[in-house]
Design a protein around this ligand. Structure first.
Ligand SMILES: Cc1cc2nc3c(=O)[nH]c(=O)nc-3n(C[C@H](O)[C@H](O)[C@H](O)COP(=O)(O)OP(=O)(O)OC[C@H]3O[C@@H](n4cnc5c(N)ncnc54)[C@H](O)[C@@H]3O)c2cc1C
Length: 379
């Protein structure tokens, strides 16, 4: 594909860059989780006020109708400005686009606006204690009751559930149907006593994600998305948007980290060491490959109208490179990088989850093998 920006794309980038210069997100609060979340929410509100909360959404839903390349530019500039991912990232990248494909007009009217403005935060209730990679094995069940549903079950690793008003929930509505067929996709109101959110402590010391205990929560019929029994297809739309949407932000964030590491290494005279220079050079090459592969993923979206399996490749490459980068930082900077609360210590610990979240590396390799390379399916 042609990577030279058109006049329109250059103008889009310049306007955005000027906006970020005028709207500095300020320093990232480091050790207080609530302050950190408030910083992200506040920044989303500013993006919203400036009309930048979701440039990739169509104009009729409050976006800018940005082309794929423009939305890639948006994420690149967001990363370059060292701005945070908007607080409602799951609503903006996953929930909103899923509703645009599968939602009714009433659902779009009701939900899209508060997603954009960060008024209502969304979380993703897919994984369960015995259903992660094999999502269709999930056991949470929804039973019809009058003109609604009663839901019982447990979800786990639910990121941001402690802040969320709505949960994209996949539950089993037909225990007798084939595994992928008996599922339904719901929007569950988190503000009911039948939904309990318990934070899980991560290796970093933080609690980004939670367990959800659902004991007879109620969901009205109008909050079924895409029809009863169609949950698998709706969930796939959510998952494909997850991998494609984040690719640009992640590669730019990694680029920023790498630049910081190179600067720290240079300040300590470490670049004169050929081995260090070689390892940093190798990471630079990986960062460039990641950027170009992310752009190549756009071609697939242009061709098929939605993200293709190629998005799995960038997620896999990013997680490996990001882990390698954090490891190298700690090797170069020594024990000071391992002090509790240090930036690189945090990056090292947080990066461990990169090869699990949003699809494990093994699962992504299966997808690339079968659906990109056309190799025989695993049994
Ligand atoms: C930081 C973070 C945030 C998350 N946020 C959310 C969230 O907001 N919402 C949500 O629903 N989930 C979330 N998750 C959960 C995540 O999607 C799951 O952890 C992931 O899908 C893997 O599922 P699992 O943990 O059950 O592992 P399992 O599926 O049990 O896998 C265990 C191991 O077996 C391997 N494996 C499994 N099946 C195969 C196979 N067919 N071939 C080869 N190897 C295989 C896996 O790769 C893995 O190494 C989050 C996870 C993390 C780390």
């Amino acid at each position: 594909m042609d990577l030279t920006f058109s006049e329109r794309e250059t103008a889009f980038r310049d306007e955005l860059r000027a906006w970020f210069t005028a709207n500095d997100p300020g320093p990232e609060p480091s050790d207080d989780e609530r302050a950190h979340y408030a910083w992200r929410r506040d920044f989303q509100r500013r993006l919203y006020a400036g009309g930048w909360a979701a440039p990739h959404w169509p104009v009729e839903y409050g976006g800018r109708g940005a082309t794929l390349t423009e939305s890639a530019i948006f994420f690149e500039e967001l990363g370059r400005a060292r701005a945070p991912l908007p607080a409602n990232v799951l609503g903006l990248l996953l929930g909103g686009p899923t509703l645009m494909v599968w939602g009714t007009e009433e659902q779009k009217d009701r939900f899209l606006g508060p997603i954009l403005s960060a008024e209502e935060i969304w979380c993703q209730g897919f994984s369960e204690p015995e259903a992660g990679s094999d999502l269709a094995a999930l056991k949470t069940r929804a039973v019809r009751d009058g003109d609604g549903w009663v839901v019982t079950g447990q979800k786990v690793w639910t990121s941001g559930a402690q802040h969320a008003r709505w949960c994209m929930l996949v539950a089993r509505t037909d225990a007798d149907a084939a595994k992928h067929k008996g599922l339904t996709y719901f929007l569950m109101d988190m503000e009911q006593p039948e939904v309990q959110v318990r934070p899980l402590r991560q290796i970093t010391g933080g609690s980004e994600f939670n367990e959800l205990f659902i004991e007879g929560a109620r969901i009205p019929d109008e909050h079924v998305v895409g029809g009863v029994g169609n949950g698998w297809k709706v969930a796939l739309t959510t998952l494909m948007n997850e991998r494609a949407g984040l690719a640009f932000f992640l590669q730019v964030r990694m680029r920023g980290l790498l630049d910081d590491l190179i600067a720290e290494a240079a300040a300590r005279g470490l670049l004169d060491d050929d081995v260090v220079a070689d390892r940093l050079g190798a990471l630079h090459v990986k960062a460039e490959i990641l950027r170009l592969t992310a752009y190549r993923g756009l071609t697939a979206i242009e061709k098929y109208g939605q993200p293709g399996p190629e998005g799995s490749l960038t997620k896999w490459m990013w997680s490996e490179a990001n882990q390698e980068l954090a490891q190298l930082a700690v090797e170069l900077l020594g024990p000071e990088a391992l002090v509790a609360g240090s930036r690189w210590g945090y990056e090292l610990l947080r990066a461990r989850g990169n090869s699990i979240e949003g699809g494990t590396t093994e699962i992504l390799k299966n997808i690339v093998a079968e659906r990109v390379l056309g190799l025989p399916r695993v049994r």
